[in-house]
Design a protein around this ligand. Sequence first.
Ligand code: ARG
Length: 603
Amino acid sequence: MSIQVATQKKVSAQVTLSLLTQLSTLVGQAFAAHDLDPAFGKVVISQRRELGQFQCNGALAAAKQAGKNPRDIATVIVGELEKTGLFAELSLAGPGFINIRLQDDFLIGHLNELSADPGFGCQHGHQAQKIIVDYGGPNVAKAMHVGHLRATIIGESLRRLRVFLGDTVISDVHFGDWGLPMGLLIKEIELGQPDLVYFDVEYTGPYPDDGPVTVEELQILYPAASARSKEDPVFAESARAATFDLQNGRAGYRALWQHMRDISVGETKTDFDLLGAHFTDWKGEADTNDHMPLMLARLKEEGYSEISEGAVVVHVAEGTDKKKMPPLILQKSDGAVMYGTTDLATIEMRAHESDPDCILYVVDARQSLHFEQVFRAARKCNSIKPECQLEHIGFGTVNGKDGKPLKTRDGGVVRLRALIEDAIAEARKVITEAGISDRFAADELEDIATKVGISAIKYADLSNQRMSNYIFDLERFTKFEGRTGPYQMYAAVRIKSMLRKAADQGLTSGPLVATHDAERNLMLAIAALPEAVIAATEKNAPNILCEHVYALTQEFNAFYHDCHVLGEKDESIRASRLKLCEITLRQIELVLEILGIDVPERM
Ligand code: ARG
């Protein structure tokens, strides 16, 4: 028996299948030709470059199953693979590992296909979904803080990843704009300005165009109101009543609320713009207000909700639970609805309006119990079709150098804007110290500093495993070396500048050839993108893309160190290397774009 010889043509017919998939298929066919499970043919990138580019360890397991000697099986497989003519080197190591090195034609043919596709073959085989990403999650009157940083950065990169894959993506900021904080603010404003028309029950409008408070004032009023409610039970009670009235449509409160919401949205938009976050929907908890009574009535009628200690709840505990699972409280005894109620109602509205296949909630891991309760309630109450995936994409905290959640010097909440401004200032400092600042006009320099600063925070955030905490250390984040945003960005800028030089000298790119291992290694790094994209999507893990782009820039640097490009005398080699630079640049920029990192033209 012998496997079909997969000619170069045959392989290219499987347009844009990833290199590892193609290799695993080929080696799998070799196993199958000897009546062994093709799954044993799984090929992985070699951990030891000097031995081969790839390896297959399947002979060991195959031998165990067939009761044979692993080296014998590996020898037979190698013999089979040699017939294909696709491999430059096939060798046996240890108890039966197969080391693989590709023919240059095979590698180059693959790279040509991959680079002909704007998406580098990553969209291939992806089943497009309709997906809602719920992230950002700012609150009215409370400035965005460090906690919203991760929700925004991770959420935005997952949104971009899904758009890149061809999914239909709805991105919803889910504003925290309902509930007790609103009542507290209304009452606090009333204390300071009791004569405003908003508080006059008799008054029926119109309400003034300009609201009575600025966003800065709101941010002072909210902590004041919150503190007052803890000391003054009468005030606390009045705020609860105001919340209830607001939710039941009291006109003056609604008008005041609208004003507070509008200025808060305006304020958060500035932060989101700086971070490059794009929302298709600016909805919030309050948008559920009309649906809420309908939902509560249905859940009661269909027997999903019950009264427990005066509150309306949905029991969500299951027999298999290892830890206590409290019921989801929909309505307290005073009639107030809760965070969970708005989230459940939001699910019902999303199901009705968009019928999504998946909803991702990019929210602090400390809210995991909340989401578990809400998701269980949604399943139990048939709030959404069972196939729709509901997933909490949690993340760890941003810590200070003391290892505790980041605080200001006096123990306060760190504002998001302050963090961004600090990062840009640090970037400005680093750029000035690097002595490049006098080469640019002031506005270009500012643009570079902004991009460096933002890339520093983003890459630092995204390159960590989502669930781990990390230490906010701007000095480390803004370094132009290693696993940092500025370093990845700089690699791209350097290639851009080299390609500009080439153009100035009238040099053009041409067909790929391989003459040096550094070129082959760079090609292999480029070819690894599809696997990185699949893994990042499956695990909702942008850190996998950070790792990919880092490996790519590392390979590029090694190539640039070992191989002349502009200075290469041989015209066809030079043209090929220019082409390789172009492809590398395009891929670095693509991945950075998914991560939400903008690359300047020069720096
Ligand atoms: N506003 C919330 C907070 O600041 C986050 C909202 C997250 N999204 C949601 N659907 N609950 O904690």
